[in-house]
Unconditional design. Structure first.
Lengths: 91, 271
């Protein structure tokens, strides 16, 4: 259990924190650069939304961020299992 | 890749005792036969050719054979980070030699193996450890910043909406990220014998064995330190938007705690 929990938590945290920084940075660049409103995501699943209304701007995290983080955690668990199997490391 | 004019010296922290070559990082001693000890005793900055000449005279060998032996032995010790090699003829000569070797090997689809270098980390306190990492990597960091800035200039030109100084800041963030990353590892190795291992563009902190939990924390500290600096830059970016892109570059180090990176594999107990 613990052999899977550590890679899952590290994978989730790494992806979530990196995406959060990237989203905020993109928002800052968009606000400073005078970009129009836009949305980053796939279909109904948004990663972020940037809105410019009049003189104000806002950046919103989408529901896709935690989902992508969870996917990253699962991918990390699978990769860890693969490394363990190839390296012959006991569980 | 090792030339007769290269200078060979025991790596920082390594010493020669009656038992052999003692490396505090590994513990124990690397046992040597008579000729190997003869070479190791002379690894004090002399050239490979000088040592080969002495070896030939002492053991009655031809110079060519002695030279080949000293080159091979020095190469093995360098692989194990027990000796450092300084190119004869300076950096320019080494670069010329690297180019010529790379050209020859390219016909066979091979690349020359980079010479490894070990630099000391003074791990008495966290501050001295960070200082010695910064000093050891300063030259490489400046070069890395320049190369990355040039690449970023080319890539970011396609975006067109960024400030002209953005490539420089990205270059600086890449270089700073490497230094802060390694300093993050070193800061948590207080009191543990450790060193920096440089091999081409690759940098790593090597250390004596520590308990598994501490090892995992040390591994995560490198990506964590660079990520933390990225968050600090991001916090300042609403005042100076140019810092937004470098903050992402630094934050990307955080991905190093996944299994895709060596630090992540260590943190997950896979190494």
């Amino acid at each position: 259990m613990r052999t899977s929990l550590t890679p899952f938590l590290l994978g989730c945290a790494a992806i979530a924190l990196f995406l959060a920084v990237a989203v905020v940075a993109l928002g800052v660049l968009a606000a400073a650069g005078g970009w129009d409103s836009f949305r980053v995501g796939v279909g109904p699943l948004a990663l972020m939304e940037f809105e410019r209304t009049g003189g104000e701007t806002s950046t919103t995290f989408g529901a896709g961020l935690p989902l992508l983080a969870a996917v990253g955690g699962v991918a990390n668990v699978l990769a860890a299992a693969l490394v363990r199997r190839r390296g012959g490391k006991a569980e | 890749m090792i030339a007769a004019t290269d200078h060979v010296r025991l790596a920082p922290g390594v010493s020669l005792s009656a038992d052999g070559l003692v490396d505090p990082l590994r513990g124990g001693a690397l046992r040597l036969n008579e000729s190997a000890r003869f070479v190791a005793e002379r690894a004090d900055g002399r050239t490979i050719a000088d040592i080969a000449e002495a070896l030939a005279a002492r053991f009655g060998l031809g110079f060519a054979r002695a030279l080949a032996d000293v080159q091979s032995f020095s190469g093995q010790l360098n692989d194990g980070l027990v000796v450092n090699l300084r190119p004869g003829g300076g950096r320019l000569g080494a670069l010329r030699r690297l180019g010529s070797t790379a050209g020859r090997l390219a016909w066979f689809g091979l690349a020359p193996a980079p010479v490894r270098e070990r630099r000391s980390i003074h791990s008495r306190t966290a501050l001295t450890a960070v200082g010695s990492v910064a000093r050891a990597l300063a030259g490489k960091a400046v070069l890395l910043a320049a190369v990355t800035a040039a690449l970023a200039e080319t890539l970011l030109a396609t975006v067109g909406k960024l400030e002209p100084g953005a490539p420089l800041l990205v270059g600086a963030a890449v270089a700073l990220g490497v230094v802060v990353h390694e300093a993050g590892h070193a800061a948590l190795l207080r009191g543990v014998p450790c060193c920096l291992a440089l091999s081409g563009w690759r940098v790593a902190v090597l250390h004596s064995p520590v308990p598994p939990r501490r090892r995992a924390v040390v591994a995560a500290a490198g990506p964590g330190a660079a990520f933390g600096l990225g968050v600090l830059l991001l916090a300042a970016s609403p005042m100076l938007a140019d810092l937004a892109l470098p903050s992402v570059v630094l934050a990307a180090h955080g991905l190093g705690v996944t299994v895709a990176g060596r630090d992540g594999r260590t943190a997950c107990g896979l190494r």
